[in-house]
Write a protein that binds this ligand. Sequence first.
Ligand SMILES: Cc1cc2nc3c(=O)[nH]c(=O)nc-3n(C[C@H](O)[C@H](O)[C@H](O)COP(=O)(O)OP(=O)(O)OC[C@H]3O[C@@H](n4cnc5c(N)ncnc54)[C@H](O)[C@@H]3O)c2cc1C
Length: 339
Amino acid sequence: LRYLETAQLGLVAESLYERELLIKNAPDLVKRVPFYIPIYKHTSRRSWQVFIGLSLYALLGRLKAPACFRKLPHDQWHEHGLKDDHLQAIYQYTDAQTDDVQLTRAVMYSACQLGAELVCSAQFKQATINKNHAYHVVYSHQNSAQELTCRVLINATGPWHNDVQSRITPKIRVPEIELVQGAHIVIKQAPSQGVYYVESPSDQRAILIMPWGEHTLVGTTETIYQGDPADISPTEHEVDYLQNIVGYYFPGSDTDIVSQFAGARVLPKNDKSMFNRSRDTLYITDEALPGYVGLMGGKLTGYRSTAEKTMRKVEPYLSSKSKTISTKDIQLIKAPELF
Ligand SMILES: Cc1cc2nc3c(=O)[nH]c(=O)nc-3n(C[C@H](O)[C@H](O)[C@H](O)COP(=O)(O)OP(=O)(O)OC[C@H]3O[C@@H](n4cnc5c(N)ncnc54)[C@H](O)[C@@H]3O)c2cc1C
């Protein structure tokens, strides 16, 4: 919803389309959840703006069944435990929630069921293209150096993309990117009946407060990050910032920390504010590297569509042209514990 503010209509429409496919194909992992947006006298997003935003969101979602939104009647406000000083309205709409780890594991497991062979966890070291336009790849697995030859090479290493790219010969140009850290905290507060979409009182950023198992998950932040992506962790400032927002909207809630984590978004480097930069996936191809695609950024929600677009780019380099099953119809199988 928040990407409507920066007019990223294509990204929102694609995410809504993919959300519906995920609900169909992974009903155990992707669930519809009620979302609530409280409007206060001082919130910068006014009631009419939220109304227009939710209407557009419903339209871009092709008015699928639960697209409707409503203002909660006044007598239901107290059920939410929200600060009621200057509370003017609460909007309710429906969106979806997943556990990113479980979803990713399910994709990997389902791919294996269809014949994919995974080597986990392997570390890519370098690749060189040979005279036959095949890649000679060196990687390490279980502390030993391994090699393979392939026609197609896809670099989907997110924040490590440029580092991995620099180890592929011949060298090609990479777009300038910036890593933007996003922190989450899990607090002791018991889970609520839905997700609260609130505005940070200090800088007006949108923050989500959502049920997470027996607790509550709060995120996220946007902090430029310049070190090794493997070392990212929430800063004290980010943790205080998120705790304060929960305390502000839910007075008396238990904001003691259960766990905290952070990840890096990969955004194009430009003069725009972090909030205004495109969240679309960036694809890097070059004639010097036939059959190679580098990709970064984007959204977890759109992973299937990203994979489909990537496959279209490498299709000419694959030998088998036989029609295979469409990912739009594959039921994702939850991975067993020991997978
Ligand atoms: C704070 C935050 C909140 C987000 N919230 C949402 C959200 O609400 N909804 C949504 O849809 N998306 C969200 N996203 C975006 C989503 O997380 C990303 O789109 C997604 O993780 C991108 O996946 P990826 O596989 O491209 O990269 P990553 O998930 O970063 O994975 C890259 C992988 O490459 C591996 N790797 C690195 N170097 C090597 C090497 N040399 N050899 C082998 N492997 C290597 C890494 O170990 C890692 O596993 C959020 C992102 C952040 C940071």
